[in-house]
Structure formats: structure tokens, C-alpha cells
Design a protein around this ligand. Structure first.
Ligand code: ZN
Ligand code: ZN
Length: 484
């Protein structure tokens, strides 16, 4: 659950609990104008020549070390404040120049460059959330701008809360501001068939979320029961303590900032006063065409409800459902960016002689492809517009690449072996093994012939192939039988 009105200094992402740093609230009280009594360079431990990056780094390191919620040393709070102000001066070009020129007297103790500007900003404006909130000088529109802007958390909200928190009296009980809470995102992994990833589809997701309790409608109460003012913080939602002249507030540990508690006897029986329960849900999700493996689809508001009870002082918003898509592998097709790739086996003889093959597409068609004679292994043939839809558009698609995988002929019978040996002879393959000694190339014999036929095949070779194959297929015997 997140509280979205403030941002945490520590950037923690709390789960079903509050981040206590998120709720760091402070009240500033007016004080006579004093000048700063320190050197911001010394405070941050940087040189006068340090660049903005070095200054920022030094600042973050120190903030982590001296944050009053982390550092329990006696004057950590004072140091923390000093660090913040030093940074405000050094990160601002103008203020930095002013300090370089005039020294500490150029700033009041709140780090404002003009000690007489502003006064108490917004004082007297009825209904103004800052009314009565008098800081040293110059918040909001006053000269110098917001001295805390860009500090990593939203000071406007902090001040709003600081004021409203400080302004409500105990007799009033609850706070006057509404806090918005956001529940956790729920992530679900969903496997989809390869084909669905290319052409898109609708899928149903069944999952469980924390959602408003059905019995009490999220209030956490038995019907007719009421929440009690928190006995620890008396409804303020904050535990206050004074440190180094500042009123420091942190979230009340009893009510976790809500200012109210539910007594045991008033708790809803279904959710035991939590206002939420685990509920199975089902939702239909559109898978866009061309979605890639690992993509996430976000369904806003379909995630967890925040872990707080509903009342008029808060606004609750569910987190999102995030569906992470895992695309199943296909036995035939692979994806390469916007192209589909299919590997097609062809026999060595097809590769040598050329021919026609039939290739399947993912669309379910069968496409005839011509193979040119002598095509080599690994050759890519491209069928346009049968690939992956580009930008979810089914009318604009990548290619289907067909990679030819030439399969070597494997002789399984003596006939096939003999034919392959004849082939080796015909193609002058001197490396291939010959099983029959008749096939041994007789150089002496070959030299007797000096004429060659037009295909460059030595007549001796043709004669030998003919003789060998004739013998093998028993052609001579057949002739003999016919003659009988
Ligand atoms: Zn409390
Ligand atoms: Zn309930």
C-alpha cells in the first residue's frame, strides 16, 4: 500500500504497512530572525569547488546518516536540519553565489537569502491551509521561492499535513484532511500459446486480491458499531515529540496514523476489523497481436485494496493488476523481432536438382516454394507479410523466413549405397569411401582414353559406372535369360 500524498525520503515501498518515513511530519514554529551560524560547505563536507553532483551526493549521504528516524543521537535532528539548509543554499546557483560573496550573513536561519522578505506567508488567509503557519520566511510565493523544493520529497504536502496536523485540536478529534491510499499491485504470470502472441486473443485471468470486505463494506466494523478515537494520539494520528526546538511528529504506532481504533467487540467478524479480505477474482484481458514474451499488461484498479479501513477521512484506491505474459514455444515457428522463422528440411537430391516444397504458415496456409537447382544448406527464402504484426496491426506484418536445411542422403540398402558410389564417381569425389574394389579409380586405365565427352566425364568412368551398375542390378543376367 502506498500513501500517495507524500513521498518517502528512503524511497521504501511499503507493503501492507505504512512507511513510517512517508508520514514524517513536522511543524515549524516562528522564531526571531537569526542568521545562519555555519558554513554550508563545512556542513556538507565539500570543497568550494565541488560541482552540483558532488554536493548532491554529499547531501544524500548525510541525510541517510542523520535522518532523525534513523539516527537516535541527541543532536541528529539539529544536524539534519542544518544539512538540509546547507544543501538548499549550495544547490541553488544564486544562493550559492550569495553565500560565496557575503558569507553566513546573507541568509536567515531558515536559509532564506533575504531575511526581511515574506514574513509569515499566507498568514490570515481564512481557509488557506497554510494560515497561521508562520515559518521563518518566504515559503510559497515569497522571495527566494520554496527553500525546500527539490529535496526529494514533496514539501508542499508535508507542510499541508504539518499544518493540518498541528492545527487540529484534541477536542476536534480527527484530522481535517483526507489521505489517499493506494493498494499494492498484483502481478500474475500467464502463459499463452505462441499463436495467440502473434494474432492476439482474449484470456481469462483468475487471481486473488485483497479487496474491501463484503460484510462491512470496508469499514471493519460490525453493523451499527463506531470507531473510537485512538487513545494514544487522541485522534491526531501522530506521536509528537520536541527535538532541538522543533516539534517532530511521527505516525502514531497504535492507530498507524488513522486517529481511530476499532475495539475488539466492534470488529467485523469476516475481516476482523481490517476492512479487507482476500477475494478470488476473474478478469478478461485483451492480448494485443504481436505481443512479445515477458510483456506486461496493466489493468488499472484491479489489484489489492489498501490495508486500511474505509472512512470519510481517507480515499482508497486499489493497486493495479499486472499480467506478465510468458509465450509458449512453438514446435515449428520461432520469432525473430517482426519476422517468423521456420526451418524446412529438404533432401540433398532436391537441393541438387531443384524442385518445389510446401511450407506451412502460422496462419494455417500452405505455400508452394520453388527451389533452384544447387541451393546450399542454410539458404533463406522470404515470404512477405506472413510474419509478426507490426505495432499491433494485423495488416502490416513482417516476413516469414524459410531456412533450408539440406538433409544428407543416408543409404539404407545396398542399392542406395551403389547409387551413391556411382554418384561419387560421376562427381569426381575422390574422398568418398567405395565399398566395392571395382570402384577404385584405375588411373592407368583412364590414361588409355584420350577423348572426353562434352560433359567432361571420362568415358572410362561412364563405362565403369555402367559396368558396375549393370552388374549390380543384374542387367547382364537378365539379358542372358531373355536370350535363352
Ligand atoms: Zn493513534
Ligand atoms: Zn469486514
Amino acid at each position: 500500500m502506498r500513501i500517495i500524498t507524500t513521498t518517502c525520503l528512503k524511497k521504501c515501498i511499503p507493503k501492507t504497512q505504512y512507511c513510517r518515513y512517508n508520514l514524517l511530519r513536522r511543524n515549524f514554529h516562528s522564531s526571531p530572525i537569526k542568521f545562519i551560524n555555519y558554513d554550508p560547505y563545512n556542513t556538507l563536507g565539500v570543497d568550494k569547488s565541488a560541482d552540483p553532483k558532488q554536493i548532491k551526493k554529499a547531501y544524500y549521504d548525510l541525510v541517510k546518516k542523520f535522518h532523525p528516524d534513523v539516527n537516535k543521537e541527541k543532536d541528529a535532528e539539529k544536524k539534519f536540519h542544518k544539512i538540509q539548509q546547507s544543501y538548499e543554499i549550495l544547490k541553488d546557483k544564486e544562493k550559492k553565489a550569495q553565500f560565496d560573496q557575503f558569507g553566513p550573513n546573507a541568509f536567515d536561519e531558515n536559509g532564506n537569502p533575504n531575511p526581511y522578505a515574506g514574513g509569515s506567508a499566507g498568514a490570515g488567509g481564512a481557509g488557506n491551509p497554510f494560515a497561521g503557519f508562520s515559518s521563518g520566511a518566504g515559503f510559497g510565493g515569497a522571495a527566494g521561492g520554496n527553500p525546500f523544493s527539490g529535496m526529494g520529497f514533496d514539501f508542499e504536502d508535508l507542510f499541508k499535513e504539518a499544518f493540518t496536523g498541528g492545527g487540529r485540536s484534541k477536542s476536534q478529534g480527527r484530522a481535517h484532511f483526507v489521505t489517499e491510499y493506494v493498494g499494492d499491485n498484483v502481478e500474475v504470470l500467464k502463459k499463452i500459446p505462441f499463436k495467440d502472441s502473434i494474432f492476439g486473443s482474449k484470456i481469462t485471468i483468475n487471481y486473488k486480491v485483497v479487496d474491501s470486505c463484503v460484510t462491512c463494506k470496508g469499514s471493519g466494523l460490525k453493523s451499527g458499531a463506531k470507531k473510537q478515537t485512538c487513545p494514544t494520539c487522541h485522534g491526531s494520528g501522530q506521536a509528537t515529540h520536541v527535538m532541538g526546538g522543533f516539534h517532530m511528529s511521527s505516525t502514531c504506532p497504535t492507530c498507524q496514523g488513522s486517529g481511530v481504533t476499532i475495539s475488539k467487540s466492534d470488529e467485523c467478524n469476516t475481516c476482523h476489523g481490517n476492512g479487507v479480505q482476500e477475494i478470488p477474482k476473474s478478469t478478461t484481458v485483451d492480448i494485443p497481436p504481436g505481443i512479445s514474451d515477458g510483456s506486461r499488461i496493466r489493468i488499472p484498479g484491479a489489484g489489492d485494496a489498501p490495508f486500511v479501513t474505509k472512512d470519510e477521512y481517507n480515499q482508497l484506491r486499489n493497486g493495479d493488476l499486472i499480467v506478465r505474459i510468458s509465450v509458449e514455444k512453438d514446435p515449428i515457428f520461432k520469432r525473430d523481432k517482426n519476422d517468423l522463422v521456420v526451418t524446412q528440411d529438404i533432401l540433398m537430391t532436391t537441393a541438387s536438382l531443384g524442385g518445389e516444397i510446401i511450407v506451412p504458415t502460422l496462419d494455417g496456409q500452405k505455400i508452394k516454394l520453388k527451389i533452384r537447382p544447387g541451393v546450399q544448406n542454410g539458404r533463406k527464402l522470404t515470404i512477405p507479410e506472413k510474419g509478426v504484426p507490426i505495432n499491433r496491426n494485423l495488416n502490416n506484418r513482417g516476413n516469414l523466413d524459410v531456412i533450408l536445411n539440406v538433409k544428407t542422403l543416408v543409404a539404407e540398402t545396398p542399392t542406395q549405397t551403389a547409387l551413391l558410389e556411382a554418384l561419387a564417381d560421376a562427381f569426381n569425389d575422390k574422398n568418398a569411401k567405395r565399398n566395392d574394389s571395382d570402384w577404385q579409380l584405375d588411373v592407368e586405365d583412364a590414361l588409355k582414353y584420350d577423348e572426353m565427352d562434352e560433359k567432361d566425364l571420362h568415358p572410362s568412368k561412364l563405362a565403369r559406372i555402367g559396368k558396375k551398375l549393370g552388374k549390380f542390378f543384374n542387367l547382364d543376367n537378365k539379358k542372358d535369360e531373355e536370350n535363352k
